[in-house]
Design a protein around this ligand. Structure first.
Ligand SMILES: Cc1cc2nc3c(=O)[nH]c(=O)nc-3n(C[C@H](O)[C@H](O)[C@H](O)COP(=O)(O)OP(=O)(O)OC[C@H]3O[C@@H](n4cnc5c(N)ncnc54)[C@H](O)[C@@H]3O)c2cc1C
Length: 536
């Protein structure tokens, strides 16, 4: 008999050798009834009500035929006997269809192209930036001295927006087969197998670069073709159906295009607007990035066990409901042991984000603290615009341009000591060892709308209080966090195509139906499946 036993609690310093004894205690069985055991899921429970943090694991067991499952355990056990082995999910596609084109080599486009290639469809993948390794050189230069490259930056280039990230692989999506396939794809491309087990898996930017390079090699080895330094600049249409694309001096004929250009490709939204592709504004959130000493974050989450060698850099998630005339506020995209980074995809505009390496061993941790923005907040911009559906982007751009200016116009990030921000003061100096050295004090009032500033000032003290142990006087805040999610949605129908342009399959975060690495990759995979489920 094979079974999964859930909710098995193990001490922090457990080893594989401890698994059988723990299972025997729960199953009330004899030790010779366990033929095999291994961990299939693992999470950490460090809630303060526990005397010490524990790992809560699910194990897969193979038992001898003499074993009888106790009645009282049934809720925590799943019998695997007679169940078909988990099949990797296989997209259903028609191999006689013409060569598909995918634009954008972020998580969505890479995942789509990878599986089209593995299925023998020989996709063409178009990317405006460089390969990940060369892109890294350009991004390092930007962080070192502010040299900006329009096509190779923290948002554009192979690997997409997620390349210089924490590489958190958490997702709210319930699409388990596709999430599993994405994780297995990452493992095939060099990601550690732990991501298949951990409840909060992450890769880190150093690992992501290697994984992306391997995805590229597998796409090419399976007949896919990748064009770097090749921005999509025009779409050819006949009778409401896509017939091809122009990328600078190159042209590609296609009747099926997966558009996975992310939410920073403002030129693409403008292009779609001129082609009468149906777009709509959607809500997003803006705010700041808050950096706190990782040792304090660890202490707040793990208490006296903070220095335990099995405990990794801790993360947190805090939310605040609307109160006393201010909006709700929530922490977002936590990067334990990470860095605050400046990001830009156009000259004269600046936004912040966070990234980390696989070890997450930096002395700071950071998270966005953001406030929801609704289309009504930029209705005046929409009314005054010839492209009202893009008003959310204009709203973000106003903030990003103000941040660039306030930082001194050389891509220094505006930053303040948290207590100064809360008191409405401009810091005279910043801690020398901050994670983002190209930052300088500036007034956040010149950058963010008043409702955002008011909400942050009122909410953050309570949120930090909830985290117990984080001292606001040791925190730094950076402005501004603007690209939490897409401000625009490219409307799709049930076939996954644009509602107004047949053959166009908008996918990933830029389509407005996904956010984050996992959900964008899953959306790209779905687009690859849908691409050949449709006939003209
Ligand atoms: C610094 C940072 C840290 C993040 N950290 C995390 C995290 O830890 N976990 C998480 O889940 N999410 C994180 N995110 C969000 C995540 O990266 C995105 O949700 C995800 O990358 C979206 O994937 P995508 O493929 O839809 O778009 P993108 O990743 O934006 O990729 C779009 C691609 O299209 C290309 N492109 C754009 N325009 C054109 C054009 N005209 N022609 C050709 N190519 C074009 C771009 O160069 C890019 O490669 C982070 C984002 C940033 C910026």
């Amino acid at each position: 008999m094979k079974l999964i036993l859930r909710q098995l609690e193990l001490p922090l310093d457990y080893t594989e050798l401890d698994l059988p004894a723990a299972a025997i205690r729960r199953l009330k069985c004899n030790d010779n009834e366990i033929k095999q055991i291994h961990v299939v899921k693992r999470s950490l429970d460090a809630r303060p009500r526990r005397p010490a943090p524990v790992f809560v694991v699910a194990v897969e067991l193979e038992m001898t035929s003499s074993f009888r499952l106790p009645e009282w355990l049934k809720k925590d056990v799943e019998i695997l006997d007679n169940e078909p082995a988990a099949e990797p999910f296989k997209p259903v596609i028609n191999k006689d269809a013409p060569r598909p084109v995918v634009v954008g080599a972020g998580p969505a486009g890479l995942m789509a192209a990878y599986h089209l290639a593995v299925m023998g469809m020989r996709p063409i993948l178009i990317e405006r930036g460089e390969q990940a390794e060369q892109r890294k050189t350009a991004v390092d230069l930007f962080w070192r001295n502010g040299t900006f490259d329009r096509e190779n930056n923290a948002l554009f280039g192979e690997g997409g927006a997620g390349l210089f990230s924490d590489g958190k692989l958490t997702a709210r999506s319930k699409d388990r087969p596709r999430i599993r396939l994405f994780f297995e794809t990452l493992v095939q491309c060099g990601a550690p197998r732990d991501i298949l087990i951990d409840s909060e898996p992450h890769l880190g930017s150093d690992v992501l670069i290697k994984v992306v390079a391997n995805m590229r090699k597998i796409i090419e080895a399976n007949g896919g073709e990748i064009f770097f330094n090749t921005p999509l600049t025009d779409i050819y249409i006949e009778n409401n159906h896509i017939t091809g694309i122009k990328c600078g001096s190159k042209e590609f004929k296609t009747s099926r295009l997966i558009l996975a250009t992310g939410h920073s490709a403002h030129d693409i939204y403008k292009l779609l607007q001129t082609k009468n592709v149906e777009l709509e504004s959607k809500p997003f959130a803006v705010g700041i990035r808050l950096e706190a000493p990782q040792s304090q974050i660890n202490a707040s989450q793990y208490g006296k066990f903070a220095d335990h060698p099995r405990l990794k850099a801790a993360s947190f998630r805090v939310t605040r409901r609307p109160e006393k005339g201010v909006r709700s506020c929530y922490s977002f995209c936590m990067c334990p042991g990470g860095l605050v980074i400046s990001c830009a995809s156009e000259d004269g505009a600046l936004t912040t984000n966070g990234m980390s390496y696989s070890k997450r061993d930096g002395i700071w941790g950071n998270a966005g603290f953001v406030v929801p923005v609704e289309p009504e907040d930029f209705s005046e911009l929409a009314a005054a615009s010839t492209e009202p559906q893009l008003a959310g982007i204009h709203f973000q751009q106003q903030i990003e341009k103000a941040a660039f200016k306030a930082g001194g116009g050389d891509f220094f990030v505006p930053a303040l000591r948290l207590n100064d921000f809360l008191a409405g003061k401009i810091s005279t100096e910043l801690p020398e060892k901050r994670s983002c050295p190209r930052s300088r004090p500036a007034s956040f009032e010149e950058i963010l709308p008043k409702f955002v500033i008011d909400t942050l000032r009122q909410s953050i003290p309570g949120m930090l209080h909830e985290l117990e142990g984080i001292d606001s006087s040791s925190c730094i805040v950076y402005a501004a966090e603007t690209r939490s999610s897409s401000a625009v949605r490219i409307l799709r129908d049930e076939s996954g195509q644009s509602t107004t342009l047949k053959g166009l399959f908008p996918a990933g975060e830029g389509a407005g139906y996904a956010g984050g690495i996992v959900s964008s990759a899953v959306d790209g995979l779905k687009a690859a499946e849908l691409l050949f489920g449709v006939t003209t």
